[in-house]
Design a protein around this ligand. Sequence first.
Ligand SMILES: Cc1cc2nc3c(=O)[nH]c(=O)nc-3n(C[C@H](O)[C@H](O)[C@H](O)COP(=O)(O)OP(=O)(O)OC[C@H]3O[C@@H](n4cnc5c(N)ncnc54)[C@H](O)[C@@H]3O)c2cc1C
Length: 310
Amino acid sequence: MSDIQDVVIIGSGPAGYTAAIYLGRAGYRPLVIAGALTPGGQLVNTTTVENFPGFPDGILGPDLMDAMQRQAEQFGARLVWDDVVSVDFGDDVHTVTCDQGDVFQARTVVVTTGSTVRKLQVPGEETFAGRGVSYCATCDGFFFRNKPIVVVGGGDSACEEALFLTRFGSSVTLIHRRDEFRASKIMQERVRSNPDITLMMNTVVERVNGSDAGAESITVRNRATDEVTDVPANGIFVAIGHTPATDFLHGALALDDDGYILVDGASTRTSVPGVFAAGDAVDRVYRQAISAAGMGCRAALDAQRYLSGD
Ligand SMILES: Cc1cc2nc3c(=O)[nH]c(=O)nc-3n(C[C@H](O)[C@H](O)[C@H](O)COP(=O)(O)OP(=O)(O)OC[C@H]3O[C@@H](n4cnc5c(N)ncnc54)[C@H](O)[C@@H]3O)c2cc1C
């Protein structure tokens, strides 16, 4: 086992690298356990990011994360390309165990493991991901101005995304596999009373279709009648939920019923002193690179205060 670190950061998305930059510049040498499958986080799987401040012409997601990594390393962050599989949070020293067997001890831990989007798992979804299929209306709605859009899902997020996307689409169709929405009553009413949204209930997506130019339609099946139809769609927004990457924490930190890490008010303090959390593993509302980065900054400042005994 290595020496006791001041700080271990778990995760290398915008929240993790921002925390690393701040803690590095504060004189700590944060150890970042970057994750084995998607170091760099969710933005590594996307194309152009147009809403991260400072890049008026947009920047490719992988390039943005590469720049954040270099910036963190420049200020002394050390990276480990592995997944954390278990944690043992003690009173003063916390222990983190990685998949390859490395064990690290630290006085503070910042958890920034993000979340993964739930996928439809139908043919064409992967092929047209980033070329029509999207998991974030705030991020990608703008790309589908005056184009037909569908939103898939039945919760508050799906309704909210459908309402938001009426600003862009030539049409917006909300597709839900049940005959009732899960969304709150008020959201349902807003969707139902919006003349720009067409509802297709009791309907499942079977396939995403398109060409080299991108997605063009989806094939859907009505569950009551088994009728199969094609719905024109250049933008397909999948809003069937996110899963926070917090399985390895179960029992060690207070989580909500869906597995999001609970923090104390506006701070990033978790249920264990010295353990902080930031980004999409905490935040089920905003889920943006800039909001994750902002929270990573706050976690770094909270950790610094803890380390200096303030
Ligand atoms: C396709 C797509 C496009 C998007 N486009 C935009 C956009 O244009 N603009 C925008 O603002 N937002 C966009 N988002 C949302 C944005 O990517 C997220 O809000 C942001 O990445 C969240 O940052 P994070 O640091 O909390 O987590 P993530 O980016 O999810 O990073 C989590 C990190 O934790 C690591 N990790 C997970 N589990 C473990 C473990 N057990 N051990 C060690 N490491 C672990 C992962 O490897 C990863 O490095 C997009 C999301 C997706 C999916």
